[in-house]
Design a protein around this ligand. Structure first.
Ligand SMILES: N[C@@H](CCC(=O)N[C@@H](CS)C(=O)NCC(=O)O)C(=O)O
Length: 202
């Protein structure tokens, strides 16, 4: 059976958990005690030498990096689909998944991690301010791409939306107010039962 190693507060793990729910995939869950460095323990590092979550294992395969896992789940369990059938539309999904990590994930980490887990004296305020600027720039681009649309690609919920939703969940924590179309899109995504079932406690 597919096994998922994760932490309930991890946004990248949440991507995979949402896909498992959306696709109704039976699996076993292993929660790592990250507060006690469970993700740096030798037995976990033997699976994922980067010591990050999520990781999945299945039939001898060990796979980490959330987007690689999402693509694997899609390839092995195509129904219900989380990508469009059309090749060009599928390419757009891949583009948005990559841009989500490069243009957003990179910067949300700079702000969200200290705000959730570190005392204020330990915050790197200039770095967090610079990250805020980059995120706001990206949200302006997303606003233009989403105008008149419900979802990023092909008017259907895809892996592109899924990748964004677990990071944009933290807009309030980052004290960033999104432009209106992005705000409505995030609300729509986070209203999905799979989002409710995986909501982090803080
Ligand atoms: N690019 C990775 C990011 C995974 C990641 O950064 N996970 C965080 C938790 S959300 C983690 O494990 N951090 C622990 C560490 O970096 O030591 C992915 O998409 O899976």
């Amino acid at each position: 059976m597919l096994k998922l190693y994760f932490h309930p507060r991890s946004s990248y793990s949440r991507r995979v958990r949402i896909a498992l729910i959306e696709k109704n995939i039976p699996h076993e869950e292993v929660i790592l005690d990250m507060a006690k460095n469970g993700h740096k323990a030798p037995d976990y590092l033997a699976l994922n030498p980067y010591g990050r979550v999520p990781t999945i294992t299945e039939d001898g395969l060990v796979l980490y990096e959330s987007t690689a896992i999402l693509n694997y789940l899609e390839a092995t369990r195509p129904a219900p689909p989380l990508v469009p059938a059309d090749v060009k539309q599928r390419a757009l999904v891949d583009m948005h998944m990559k841009l989500c990590d490069i243009q957003l994930g990179r910067y949300t980490g700079v702000i969200v991690f200290p705000r959730r887990f570190l005392a204020k004296e330990k915050w790197d305020i200039p770095a967090m301010d610079a990250a805020t600027v980059e995120i706001k720039k990206h949200l302006v681009l997303l606003e233009a791409q989403l105008t008149g649309k419900q979802y990023l690609v092909a008017e259907q919920f895809t892996l592109a939306d899924l990748c964004y939703m677990t990071l944009l969940h933290f807009l309030p924590v980052m004290e960033i107010t999104p432009p209106p179309t992005v705000a409505a899109w995030v609300e729509r995504l986070l209203a999905r039962p799979s989002a409710a079932a995986t909501q982090p406690d803080a």
